[in-house]
Each structure stands twice: as structure tokens, then as C-alpha cells.
Design a protein around this ligand. Structure first.
Ligand code: GDP
Length: 432
């Protein structure tokens, strides 16, 4: 059985926490897209960790952690991350890396920086991890697959060919130092030696695991609104953030995915540029940012302050729909206990008309939020484990949002820890 854990919005919804929690009853956790450009923050009995490449199941010794073919694999970063958790007493995790995953090359990271510099004020707010140049090369068919590290003849020929192309751009477009093919080859030999013990035919491994009745979690990075097709293009990431892509980025049949848990945060946050209709500014924003998440809304990879805003029903309903949501995990609700009243964005006004359908980017830029305001509950809710024990106004907030988004909220997260979770029976029909 495969369960996906994905984001409804701009990312940072708390997928890492939900994955870590659900991994207790799973066998395999897979990253199927993205790279080390975003992070998941996890708080468990070993401490607080920011993971960028490793799947969020690495803290359990019963879990096999898989880097799927859809991932942008930064080999040295993967190894740094393994070392950093083992150094903090986490048992050596069992890790498999797809032989079809492609490698983030040192020049991808450089090109990412150079391009942002070249674009100046018109930049995309890239995290400069090489992700966009990596995926461009993958689809231009000049990427390096892990399997190619083990065929010296192919590797040498390709390094020479790719350096020729890259050096033209470096010389004439960016005016930067050229790549030395011999140096690059030596780096790739180091990568080969690092990754060799973990390389696996992942789709064959998963096929066997599924036949044995194993439970597999797909862990998404970012959220629907950062999907290159269905998100706020071009302010998106370069790989699909949708659960459907899990089948491709891991390598199994799409009908194997039987549960899609879409994580929605109880308010909005986003990093990077792009339209954000329910965004807050000034004092109010500062307060929510400071109180938000677990220790403030600052990027797990970049440390950048996240933009924050009220919950956006238009974006979240769309985000859940594109994911194919069977369950919503509603997270970080405990943070809102300080508010007297809580505005919720229930519609967008565009050119004088109100819509609840999420528009394409050119129209999104014109959208103004339409708010309804709900009373706050003015108390802490951490430690509560039963839905009925939540304050009435808090339940009303959850149920109001559930109706507006139209997908069942079956989990409410009221703290960053594994046990900070309230399971709930939703009056909405489970979608399966
Ligand atoms: P991800 O990228 O979706 O995994 O999200 P991040 O890990 O970047 O951001 C979520 C932040 O919220 C992290 O700091 C989590 O520890 C924290 N978090 C997750 N769930 C909860 C919750 O229910 N309450 C609080 N206060 N923090 C939470």
C-alpha cells in the first residue's frame, strides 16, 4: 500500500512532521522529487533536525529510506546529512539511492547563482541549490544518471561533451571561470565511491515490497502551488510537487497510491517571490512570523524569513484538488491561540468579481482577498489529544475551513512533536 504526504500550498506546511509520525507504521519512505533546496523540520526523541535530502523516516530503525529517480541528488550533501544525524546518535539509517536518479553537478549550483545574478531584480528568488539548471539538463538529456558513474567510457565521453557546451555559456554569457573536464571527472569519481554502497534498482525493490504487502510513504517537497504545471508559474519549482508524480519519481503504478494526505497549515506561509493573496504585512505579519511554526517562520534550508498570511481557502481547495486528497492534515493550529479573531480568505476579487476558483498567474496577480472573520479561542491547545476537548471556537475554525475546502480534515496537528496529533472523524465522505 502506498500513502502520499504532500503539501496543498507553497510548502512548509509540516509534511516532515506528518511523515515522521506516519513512518511509525510504515516500512519504506521515499523522496520522489525536488532536491536539497527546501527542508523539513522534525522534532523527535533525538532532538530537532532540519532534513534537506533524506526522507523523514530516517529516525526509525525499521524504515528503509529511498531516494527515488525523480530527485535532484546532491551526493556530497546527502553524505553530510547522513553524518550529521549519525553524529547526533541516530542509528545509521538504511538508505537506497535509485540507479536512475540524476546528480546535481557542481556547475548546476554555479549556474543557478550566475543566472540569479544576471537576472538581478527580475530573479525567481532561487535558493541557489542548482535545482533549475539540474532539471533543465535532465530534460535536455544532458544530465548524469547515477548508473553512468559506473561506466567509465560513457562518463568520460559525456563529461567532455557537456563541458564544451557549458563552457560556451560560462565564457560568453556569464564571463566566469571555465570548467576543467579532468577536475570534473575526478569529482564524479569521488561521487561514485560515496554513493556505490547505496545504489539500487528502486522500482524492482518497490515492486517486490508491494507484493510483500509493505507500507510505503511518498514524501513530497513543497506544495501544489509550486508545481511547474499547476502552480504559480513561473514562480514555481522545477519538478512536480503532486502526489501523482510520486508514481513516476519512485517507479510504480499510479493505482498503488491509496491514500493521499495533503498537509495544510492553519495559516499561510511562503518563501520566495510570487503572488500571495492573503499575505500579511507590518506588525501583524511580524507577530505571526515570530510565533509561527516551531520557533518562527524562517526557511529550514535558507533561514530566510517566510512571508505569512491568513488561511487561504481558494488556494487550499485548489491545492487539495490537484493532489487528489483523501485526507487533510491540518497543522500548526496551536500557533493561532493568541488571536482575538482570525480572518480567513474565502474568495478572490478579480476585476470587480469574486471567485472561489484559483486563477492562472496573470489573473492571480490582480486578485484581492475577500475575508470572513472568525472568533479566536484565546488559549493554548497543545497537549489535547481528543477532538471534543478542543475549544469550541477552535473546532468551529477547523469545521469552517473544512467546509470551504471540501476535503476531510482527519488529522489536526497541535504541536511539532510526533504525538501532537488529534485524529478526527470527518463528516465529509472519505474520498477513496
Ligand atoms: P515541511 O517542509 O512541510 O516539512 O515543513 P517545515 O518543516 O519546513 O515547516 C513546518 C514547521 O512547523 C517546522 O518547524 C515544524 O517543526 C513545525 N510544525 C509542524 N507541525 C506543527 C504543529 O502542529 N505545531 C507547531 N507549533 N509547529 C509545527
Amino acid at each position: 500500500m502506498v500513502k502520499a504526504i504532500v503539501g496543498a500550498n507553497w510548502g512548509d506546511e509540516g509534511k516532515g512532521k506528518i511523515t515522521d509520525m506516519m513512518a511509525r507504521e510504515a516500512d519504506i519512505v521515499i523522496r520522489f522529487q525536488g532536491g536539497a533546496n527546501a527542508g523539513h523540520t522534525i522534532v523527535n526523541n533525538y532532538g530537532k533536525f532540519a532534513l534537506h535530502t533524506l526522507p523523514s523516516g530516517v529516525f526509525y530503525d525499521h524504515i528503509t529510506s529511498v531516494i527515488g529517480n525523480g530527485v535532484a541528488l546532491n551526493i556530497p550533501l546527502l553524505f553530510q546529512e547522513i553524518r550529521s544525524i549519525v553524529d547526533r546518535n541516530v542509528p545509521e539509517p538504511r538508505i537506497l539511492v535509485s540507479n536512475r536518479a540524476q546528480i546535481v553537478m557542481p556547475y548546476h549550483i554555479l549556474f543557478d547563482q550566475y543566472e540569479e545574478e544576471r537576472l538581478g531584480g527580475k530573479s525567481f528568488g532561487s535558493t541557489k541549490s542548482g535545482i533549475a539548471p539540474f532539471y533543465s539538463d535532465k530534460y535536455a538529456k544532458i544530465g548524469f544518471q547515477v548508473s553512468e558513474l559506473f561506466d567509465e567510457e560513457i562518463l568520460q565521453e559525456k563529461v567532455r561533451r557537456v563541458c564544451e557546451m557549458k563552457n560556451v555559456l560560462l565564457e560568453h554569457l556569464y564571463h566566469k571561470p571555465l570548467i576543467d573536464p579532468d577536475e570534473l571527472l575526478a569529482t564524479l569519481h569521488e561521487y561514485r565511491d560515496m554513493v556505490e554502497p547505496y545504489v539500487c534498482d528502486v522500482s524492482a525493490f518497490l515492486d517486490k515490497a508491494l507484493k510483500e504487502g509493505k507500507t510505503i510513504l511518498l514524501e513530497g517537497q513543497l506544495g501544489t502551488l509550486k508545481d511547474p504545471d499547476h502552480g504559480i508559474y513561473p514562480m514555481v519549482t522545477s519538478s512536480s510537487t503532486l502526489a501523482a508524480y510520486g508514481a513516476i519519481g519512485a517507479g510504480f503504478a499510479p493505482y498503488e497510491i491509496s491514500q493521499i494526505v495533503t498537509v495544510c497549515k492553519a495559516y499561510s506561509s511562503a518563501v520566495g517571490a510570487g503572488a500571495f493573496v492573503s499575505e500579511l504585512f507590518g506588525e501583524e505579519a511580524e507577530e505571526l512570523r515570530r510565533r509561527g511554526g516551531d520557533g518562527g517562520e524562517y526557511g529550514a534550508t535558507t533561514g530566510r524569513p517566510r512571508r505569512v498570511g491568513w488561511f487561504d481557502c481558494v488556494a487550499s481547495r485548489y491545492g487539495c484538488r490537484l493532489q487528489g486528497t483523501t485526507d487533510v492534515a491540518f497543522t500548526v493550529l496551536d500557533v493561532l491561540g493568541y488571536l482575538d479573531e482570525i480572518p480567513v480568505c474565502v474568495g478572490y476579487e478579480i476585476d470587480g468579481e469574486v471567485t472561489t476558483d484559483f486563477p492562472v498567474t496573470s489573473r492571480l496577480q490582480k486578485a484581492k482577498p475577500v475575508f470572513e472573520t472568525l472568533p479566536g479561542w484565546k488559549c493554548g491547545i497543545r497537549g489535547i489529544r481528543k477532538y471534543e476537548e478542543l475549544p469550541e471556537n477552535c473546532r468551529n475554525y477547523i469545521e469552517f475551513i473544512e467546509k470551504k475546502i471540501g476535503y476531510p480534515i482527519t488529522m489536526v496537528s497541535n504541536g511539532p512533536g510526533r504525538d501532537d496529533i488529534i485524529y478526527r472523524e470527518s463528516p465529509l465522505q472519505p474520498i477513496s
